[in-house]
Design a protein around this ligand. Structure first.
Ligand SMILES: [Mg+2]
Length: 185
């Protein structure tokens, strides 16, 4: 806001799964229902779920799709009133780009979820292929997946969103909530 200085608006890219939407809580419940098990999200200590649970990669995605398509209303935000946090980031002068890598059939439900929680977005980007998130236009990325952060290079930066599966990943800037990330912006 400083006088005559012309400054480009900065864009913050925010991930959906496990950054806005705490989807793995419901995924764990789905796993328990189908397999008569008692796991929690805290048991998912590796990104590659079949290395910590007896499940095939196909079933990991099938449960994930099922949860988004049929149980999306049950997916809680990672903190209460997450929409308000996104609106505050917007009011700070950031452009908000929601960037999510996913399979096509879950897209409509993700859009509904974002509306239900009144998440502010200047754009909404669904990536279907293997294009790295780091290639998309943003200044700061907030994501829980180490594989999305490793390619982020100056002048871009990234904030790791703490989840049980990224505790071993060495990254200097970590937060446990979006409102904590808001304070860093
Ligand atoms: Mg994620």
């Amino acid at each position: 806001m400083s006088g005559s200085t012309l400054r480009a608006v900065k864009t913050v890219a925010i991930d959906v799964d496990s950054v806005l939407a705490d989807v793995m809580l419901v995924w764990a419940d789905e796993y328990n229902r189908r397999r008569n098990a008692k796991i929690t999200k805290e048991d998912i200590i590796k990104w590659d779920i079949p290395t910590v649970l007896p499940i095939t990669p196909e079933d990991v995605y099938e449960y994930f799709s099922h949860v988004w398509r049929n149980r999306w209303r049950e997916i809680p935000p990672t903190e209460p009133d997450i929409g308000a946090v996104t609106r505050r980031i917007h009011r700070k002068g950031y452009r908000i780009s929601i960037i999510t890598k996913r399979e096509r059939p879950t897209v409509a439900y993700v859009a509904k979820w974002l509306d239900m929680h009144r998440v502010f977005a200047d754009d909404l980007l669904f990536i279907y292929d293997a294009a790295p998130k780091a290639d998309y236009p943003f200044d700061v990325l907030i994501d829980d997946a180490p594989k999305n952060l490793v390619d982020v290079a100056e002048p871009k930066s990234a904030i790791l969103f703490n989840q049980p599966w990224n505790r071993d990943f060495d990254w200097p800037v970590r937060v446990s909530s979006l409102s904590e990330a808001e304070k860093l912006l």
